[in-house]
Design a binder for this molecule. Structure first.
Ligand code: GNR
Ligand code: NI
Length: 172
């Protein structure tokens, strides 16, 4: 397993639409392992493959609070089957939008159909943080970031800040 570099906005790669996985094989499982390790190393609760530059419809998540009880979740080709008309608000952050947070409304519950780590078809009835996180991750598969839901002004202020930080950092 390897910790990969997480792409940071502004980066055109993050705006790509990710492609469906044809079959969950060794290569995809290796990618999921690397994604999970990268997510844990960055203290995140979710990660989409495009955040490490791979445009595949793969997500990893772990929303467990206890660091000693890991509960990794893997989603390949996720599709939202049903979403609540009731919304809930969460303060969201994103590993690709470091140190920026904003309250975002999303459907409170949703049902997601996907393939698991072994390529087996599953359905998850998600609510609360789990529902919020899976929707945040599925946005990444469409090239959408949470800042896209903010006003033009707020969004441009965040992008400007991130660009400034980037220009002062030496990237190897
Ligand atoms: O670590 C993360 N925390 C988080 C908090 C509220 C709503 C969504 C998230 S996802 C984020 C990790 C990330 O950027 N995943 O794409
Ligand atoms: Ni994110």
């Amino acid at each position: 397993m390897t910790v990969k570099t997480i792409l940071v906005e502004p980066n055109q790669l993050l705006r790509q639409i990710s492609k469906p996985v044809k079959q969950v094989g060794k290569e995809e499982q290796q990618l999921m392992d690397d994604m999970l390790e990268t997510m844990y190393a960055a203290n995140g609760i979710g990660l989409a493959a495009i955040q490490i530059g791979i445009p595949k419809r793969i997500i990893v998540m772990d929303i467990s609070k206890d660091e000693n009880k890991k509960e990794p979740r893997y989603f390949v080709n996720p599709i939202i089957k049903n979403k609540d008309t009731i919304k809930s608000t969460y303060e969201e952050g994103c590993l690709s939008v470091p140190n920026q947070f904003a309250e975002i409304d999303r459907p409170k519950k949703c049902d997601v159909e996907y393939l698991d780590y072994n390529g087996k078809k599953k359905i998850l009835n998600a609510e609360g943080l789990l529902a919020t996180c899976i929707q945040h991750e599925m946005d990444h598969l469409e090239g959408i970031l949470f800042i896209d839901y903010l006003s033009k002004l707020k969004k441009s202020m965040i992008i400007k800040k991130l660009s400034k930080i980037k220009s002062t950092r030496i990237v190897v």
